[in-house]
Ligand binder design. Sequence first.
Ligand SMILES: Cc1cc2nc3c(=O)[nH]c(=O)nc-3n(C[C@H](O)[C@H](O)[C@H](O)COP(=O)(O)OP(=O)(O)OC[C@H]3O[C@@H](n4cnc5c(N)ncnc54)[C@H](O)[C@@H]3O)c2cc1C
Length: 119
Amino acid sequence: MTPAAGSGIKYAIEDAVVAANLLAAPLLAGRLRVENLAEVQRRRECPTRVIQAIGAFGLSRMGHSLRSGRQQTVPRFVRTLFGVRVFSKGVARMLAFGLWRVHVQGEPVERSADQSAVA
Ligand SMILES: Cc1cc2nc3c(=O)[nH]c(=O)nc-3n(C[C@H](O)[C@H](O)[C@H](O)COP(=O)(O)OP(=O)(O)OC[C@H]3O[C@@H](n4cnc5c(N)ncnc54)[C@H](O)[C@@H]3O)c2cc1C
């Protein structure tokens, strides 16, 4: 995961939230299956690939700039796009929150005495 823009830690937290949402019930019931894990991967793969592609693109542009020794300028069409408020706000929002937000679902679960002893 590229360290750019704090995306690594943000996606790690989102991964954890989605994993908790999908895996808590089967784990507590003692019937976790590979399919449950595959569902976590399925939900997280698209946003992860998108942010990785954006990060890789940014880093390759930066690397190209450093290797060439020439100062890179932001292309005019990009500057124009970022001049459009809806676009710039959308990009900022996507970088901050990902393609879509994830939230912890469900109520807190009381652990039984057996489960507490294991933790
Ligand atoms: C050099 C570097 C700099 C970075 N800088 C930034 C930054 O500035 N900002 C940012 O947002 N992100 C940054 N990142 C990325 C960020 O660290 C990661 O995206 C984030 O830590 C991923 O969290 P995770 O919980 O998914 O995985 P990890 O933090 O990798 O945690 C996985 C854990 O699982 C354990 N584990 C693995 N296999 C097993 C197993 N079989 N059994 C038991 N335990 C296992 C590992 O030991 C590890 O403790 C950086 C990464 C690197 C390498």
